[in-house]
Every structure is written in structure tokens, then in C-alpha cells.
Design a protein around this ligand. Structure first.
Ligand code: 13P
Ligand code: SF4
Length: 360
């Protein structure tokens, strides 16, 4: 018997995502380093030339060129965290920032598609705050040791054990955990959020070190959890003091996910945006040691050409899963789509929006 399949080609010409969304298939672009690519990407190379040797640029440039073209075709925006590599941060990102800035910016995005160059919880936050958008992450495995340290069930048990105590959850958590919380915070606003309840005691979870750093700045009693950032927990005070001994002029700037023994020897502690603002405020000739993920110093060097950045290099393996080839595939094949169960999303959104709407 002869069998004929009808209509197959029209289905194949489109990529289907959730909610009946369809996107045209686009042919894979050539990734040759042509004269056109060299010319178009030359201004972008200027921004990264101190971090990417000229001999390597022909490898990156065709991806940068193709991604920037595809962004227009897909009507997409790229949101990148401060820990992304310089070729992502400077050459393809539309918006770059810390977790709070990215969450705020996610609410303003007007394009149909958001490609989140960061880790999974950041993509989930964008989806929560702008649910009609298609949110993609170039590598679904880009997680976070803090987000993995706690579940929604853990938070429910904490609430049972501490009746009436407000629960503040760091944004570095899953939507499931956010849904069980009263409000979220980032490292930019943790003290303000904790104090916003006017309560004697607050649960600030899951980052034990962030909680201890906040406890040092407030009279509110803080209860916490034993989650740690696998990048920041590795820094030690001895390591930093050895730099300072070698050159007492060095200023130490630390992220509050570091142990308190580390922040105790820092000249300044703050979120990635806070660290950037502090570093950019230094006079030419200053020496600044950034106690955080390694890429950040490279990303801001262009804005502070007179400042010497010292980077004790700890990389976040999750952030580093995001690469130019994966961003290209993400836009070409519309993957990986980040979705949140609608009922859970409603409760998680409440906790994130409550934070975003908190007045300064
Ligand atoms: P920021 O909110 O300071 O950007 O921190 C996010 C993060 O994951 C730090 O490790
Ligand atoms: Fe998570 Fe630490 Fe990586 Fe930030 S640096 S994403 S907190 S593992």
C-alpha cells in the first residue's frame, strides 16, 4: 500500500515552543572570518583587546557577528551577568549587571525573546517577571551551588519550626524555593530587605555567609541555612593578607558570599555592582583586589583604565558553561526554553516583585 504524509514540510519549517509560539527555522550562518566580519566587529574588538589576543579574534568574531544579526532576526535581547566572559559581556550583551539590575531590567524588556547569559535561577527570575516573553538559556546545566543547597520542602519545614518569622530568600534559589518565601533579596539589598519587616528575627536563607555578613550590619537577629557559594567560599583571609603584606596600598573588595573572615579584612564589601562602582570610583594608579569571580575584573578594566586590578582567579563553572557557540545555537534553534509551573510562578513572582518594588 502507498502511504503519503501530508503537510510535513510546513511543520518542519517552524520551531514550536510552549504556548503555541512558533519561530521560523533559520539556516546556520557561515562562521568564516571574512573581511565583512572583520570590519563589522573591529569596534567590538577594541573593547576586549586586552583580554583576547589578536590571533584568537578570528575564532570569536564570526560568532559575535552572527549572534548580533540573529538577535535582530529573532527580536531578542541578551541579558548578561557581570561574571560572563568579556566577549559575551562587551560584544553581544544588550544589558549587563548584577542580579538585582538584571531582575529590574527583565521587567522592561520589550523584545519577544530574552537570552539569559547567566545561571538558571537568573533565567527563571526573568521568566517570573516578564512571563509573556520566551526566555532561553544557552545551557540548561548552568546551575548554582546556593540554589542547589535548599528545596521548597526545606523552606516549609523551616517555617513550621519558626512560626511567625519572616523568610527572606536570596535570589540565588529555584522558583520552588522563592514560592515558599515572603520576599527575595540580592546581595545589593539584603540589609534593607531584612529590616523592611520591622521584626526582631528574620530567616535569611540559604547563604550562611551572606547571612553572617548581613548580621554584622543590622540589629535584627538572623537565622540562616548552611548553603555556600562554591566560588566565594574558597577565598581565605590569609591569602588576601599575603597580597596586602606584599603591597599595603592594595584595596581589598569582597563579595558578601565570602566567609566573614574574608570580609573582615576587606576595605569594602558589596554586590558585583557595588564592587564595580567602588572600583570605578578609585583614582588612577589605585590597586584593587577583586575577591569574586575572575571575569569581572576583565569586564570592567576598560572603564577604569588607570586602575590596576588584581584577580585571585576563582571561576564559576556554572557561569562558564555559557559560551558564544552555545548562544548562537540558542538563538538559531530557540533552546533551551525556561518555563515555570504557573501556580508556583504566581507565588514566586510575588516574592521577587515585593523585593523589586521595595522603596529605597
Ligand atoms: P550579584 O547579585 O552580586 O551579581 O551576585 C550574584 C552571584 O551569583 C554572585 O555569585
Ligand atoms: Fe552561584 Fe557562586 Fe556561581 Fe554565583 S558564583 S552563580 S553564587 S556558584
Amino acid at each position: 500500500m502507498d502511504i503519503e504524509t501530508q503537510g510535513q514540510s510546513s511543520v518542519d519549517s517552524q520551531i514550536r515552543l510552549s504556548g503555541e509560539k512558533r519561530f521560523d527555522r533559520i539556516d546556520r550562518p557561515s562562521l568564516e572570518f571574512t573581511e565583512e566580519v572583520a570590519r563589522d566587529t573591529a569596534p567590538l574588538y577594541e573593547k576586549v583587546k586586552h583580554h583576547i589576543p589578536e590571533i584568537e579574534w578570528p575564532v570569536h568574531a564570526p560568532y559575535v557577528h552572527a549572534i548580533n544579526k540573529l538577535k535582530k532576526q529573532r527580536n531578542a535581547s541578551i541579558l548578561a551577568h557581570n561574571y560572563q566572559t568579556p566577549e559575551i559581556y562587551h560584544c553581544v550583551a544588550d544589558i549587563a549587571g548584577d542580579s538585582l539590575q538584571l531582575a529590574m531590567e527583565a521587567t522592561q524588556v520589550e523584545t519577544d525573546v530574552i537570552v539569559q547569559c547567566g545561571v538558571h535561577f537568573m533565567a527563571e527570575t526573568s521568566k517570573l517577571l516578564n512571563p509573556s516573553k520566551t526566555v532561553l538559556i544557552p545551557d540548561m546545566r548552568a546551575g548554582c551551588s546556593l540554589a542547589e543547597s535548599i528545596t521548597g520542602e526545606d523552606v516549609r519545614l523551616l517555617r513550621e519550626a519558626n512560626p511567625g518569622v519572616p523568610i527572606v530568600t536570596y535570589v540565588n534559589t529555584s522558583a520552588e524555593v522563592k514560592a515558599e518565601s515572603d520576599i527575595c533579596c540580592t546581595s545589593s539589598n539584603a540589609v534593607q530587605v531584612v529590616e523592611s519587616f520591622g521584626a526582631d528575627t528574620v530567616l535569611l536563607i540559604p547563604d550562611e555567609y551572606l547571612a553572617q555578613n548581613v548580621a554584622n550590619q543590622t540589629d535584627v537577629k538572623i537565622l540562616t541555612w548552611k548553603g555556600h557559594c562554591e566560588v566565594h567560599e574558597r577565598f581565605t583571609a590569609d591569602e588576601l593578607l599575603a597580597y596586602k603584606e606584599a603591597d599595603p596600598a592594595i584595596q581589598i573588595i569582597a563579595h558578601p558570599e565570602c566567609p566573614t573572615t574574608v570580609t573582615a579584612v576587606a576595605d569594602f564589601t558589596g554586590s558585583t555592582k557595588g564592587m564595580i562602582d567602588y572600583a570605578l570610583g578609585q583614582k588612577p594608579g589605585a590597586k584593587v583586589l577583586l575577591v569574586t569571580e575572575c571575569s569581572m575584573a576583565s569586564n570592567i578594566q576598560e572603564q577604569a583604565p588607570g586602575v590596576e586590578f588584581i584577580k585571585p582567579c576563582n571561576l564559576c563553572p556554572h557561569m562558564k558553561r555559557i559560551t558564544l557557540p552555545k548562544i548562537l545555537d540558542s538563538l538559531l534553534y530557540m533552546k533551551e526554553e525556561v518555563l515555570v509551573d504557573p501556580i508556583m510562578a504566581e507565588r514566586a513572582r510575588y516574592a521577587v516583585e515585593r523585593m523589586v518594588n521595595l522603596k529605597n
